[in-house]
Write a protein that binds this ligand. Structure first.
Ligand SMILES: C[S@@+](CC[C@H](N)C(=O)[O-])C[C@H]1O[C@@H](n2cnc3c(N)ncnc32)[C@H](O)[C@@H]1O
Length: 226
């Protein structure tokens, strides 16, 4: 599904619009890039899953000046914006159109994702995908996922979502309207609780850290043994 049809946001307006949809967007991206410091090996090749308009890729290139990024996205219109945004940094970026669930992942030192892995629909598919990520990473490499990863209990999840509804309420004029917008994403988005995300990553072989959390968002780091 394209971003335009899922979020009702055109790629051209994505960068201005996304901040009105997701609280702490910039902070989470900066923290994913900062978490590259967790790698137990030099970071030369970074895979960006769902590169979108390139905000995370740009932050990673700044955080790891010797690195190249291989970015993949299902939506070519989003990547066209990324190319413009990255400007001369594009010489350090290779982009592929396709699904990260289908395309082979290149051997790499880090795999990063911001707000894209909630598109994986089932725990089984996510575990299989995390196992593929583990195999693509070189020893000491890391997977860093910044996404919505709420509390496990329905009560905790509801409290977590408060922040999001309040944010959307400011954008759409009322909390009730904001909540309806959030609910309109439910056909496509699956937010896996942080505890379950941790279990999936561990089952795939990773050691897990959570260097940043502002409920319901989190930056999760899975490290492959050096
Ligand atoms: C909410 S956007 C996030 C984009 C970017 N990472 C950011 O932080 O702004 C989700 C992106 O993931 C892409 N995406 C979703 N599922 C995908 C898949 N299976 N394979 C490749 N890209 C996918 C969408 O096309 C979209 O660009």
């Amino acid at each position: 599904m394209s971003v335009a049809s899922h979020l009702a946001v055109s790629p051209a307006t994505y960068d201005t619009r996304i901040r009105s949809l997701i609280p702490l967007y910039d902070e989470l991206i900066a923290e994913v890039a900062r978490a590259l410091g967790h790698a137990a090996r030099p970071v030369r090749t970074i895979v960006d899953l769902g590169i979108g308009t390139g905000a995370l890729a740009r932050a990673c290139l700044a955080s790891a000046p010797g690195a190249r990024v291989w970015g993949i996205d299902a939506d070519p219109d989003m990547m066209a914006i990324a190319r413009t945004r990255l400007g001369r940094l594009s010489s350090r970026v290779t982009m592929t159109t396709g699904s990260f669930l289908d395309e082979p992942l290149p051997a790499c030192d880090a795999i990063v994702a911001s707000y894209s892995l909630h598109h994986i629909r089932t725990a089984r598919a996510k575990l299989a995908f995390y196992r593929r990520c583990y195999r693509a990473l070189r020893p000491g490499g890391i997977l860093i996922n910044g996404d919505c990863a709420p509390a496990s209990t329905p009560r905790g999840f509801a409290r977590d979502l408060d922040l999001w509804y309040t944010h959307l309420g400011k954008t759409f004029g009322s909390r009730a309207r904001g909540r309806r917008v959030y609910e309109s994403w439910a056909d496509e988005d699956v937010y896996v609780p942080l505890a379950e995300e941790t279990r999936l990553l561990e089952r795939a072989g990773f050691s897990v850290d959570v260097p940043w959390r502002r409920s319901p968002f989190a930056v999760m780091v899975g490290s492959r043994r050096a």
